[in-house]
Design a protein around this ligand. Structure first.
Ligand code: PEP
Ligand code: MN
Length: 288
């Protein structure tokens, strides 16, 4: 295909025209985009050993195979908790290894890529960095998967072009994540754009994860929007869970209690049936 054909869409390598088959991201404990629904869960931020080990133990019993948790946190206020940094990376890695899970954590800056790479299985680019082109170029040179969150004010085209930076630099292991966009509506933290899920999946071969925690900001909305995301055709969801949400150092109001998370898992499994899909933890852990 002619990459310079300007009648075509501006993105190329991420498009279905370029590659028809779905991209499947293979990890040690699971796969993303293979047709099973992936649940990624964990706290917004790693806070201390007790917190991350307690949450990891609970999640592993629920079958969760990818643990999330920020060590470097992009906070709106410079006075808010900024994350445990390297210490947090060490903790989440230890917790995930103890309970047989993969780690996803955010990389906030180009000069942190090497450090985060050492501890993470998937490197997350946050909404505020979606168009940090230097960071995207640095991540295009690594051999680990990158989850690219949609910029809160970005169009689908801008999002896919950001992904194109990573693929064109040589890293084709990219996962897209819809996490809500800014609209006039202030009743929810963001407006979760679920209509983009089937659309982006029709134009791109990359797997799509939905984050209804940042997407709504309200814990009661996380389960219904997770179900809706799976019904819309997402490859998985990423949600925030905390052992003591009211004590959380960030995003407590959108973090699920353990019993709410168990209910989410049950409903997610039922939603997956709509597409004759199973959950990733319903397969044998043959990948280990
Ligand atoms: C997060 O996942 O905790 C986060 C900061 O996400 P976003 O970049 O979507 O706000
Ligand atoms: Mn958060």
């Amino acid at each position: 295909m002619e990459r310079s054909d300007n009648k075509r869409k501006p993105y190329q390598l991420v498009s279905r025209e370029w590659k028809k088959e779905n991209t499947v991201i293979k990890l040690k404990h699971t796969e993303i985009g293979s047709g099973r629904i992936t649940l990624i869960a964990g706290p917004c931020a790693v806070e201390n050993e007790d917190q991350i080990f307690t949450i990891s133990e609970f999640l592993s019993k629920q079958g969760i195979r990818i643990l999330r948790g920020g060590a470097y946190k992009p906070r709106t206020s410079p006075y808010a908790f900024q994350g445990l940094k390297k210490e947090g990376l060490v903790m989440i890695r230890q917790a995930a290894d103890k309970y047989g899970m993969n780690v996803i954590t955010e990389v906030m800056d180009t000069n942190l890529v090497d450090e985060v790479y050492q501890y993470a299985d998937i490197l997350q680019v946050g909404t505020r960095n979606m168009q940090n082109f230097q960071l995207l170029r640095a991540l295009s040179k690594i051999d680990k998967p990158v989850m690219l969150k949609r910029g809160m004010s970005s169009t689908m085209e801008e999002w896919l072009l950001a992904a194109e930076y990573i693929l064109s630099g040589g890293n084709d292991k990219v996962i897209l994540c819809e996490r809500g966009i800014r609209t006039f509506e202030t009743a929810t933290r963001n407006t979760l754009d679920l209509s983009i899920v089937p659309l982006v999946k029709s134009v791109s071969h990359l797997p799509v994860i939905v984050d209804p925690s940042q997407g709504t900001g309200i814990r009661e909305l996380v389960t219904p929007m997770s179900v809706a995301a799976i019904a819309a055709g997402a490859d998985g969801i990423m949600v925030e869970v905390h052992n003591q949400p009211e004590e959380a150092l960030s995003d407590g109001e959108q973090s699920l209690y353990f019993d709410q998370f168990s209910e989410l898992v049950d409903k997610a499994r039922k939603a997956a049936r709509l597409h004759d899909k199973a959950m990733d933890f319903e397969s044998e852990k043959i990948l280990i």
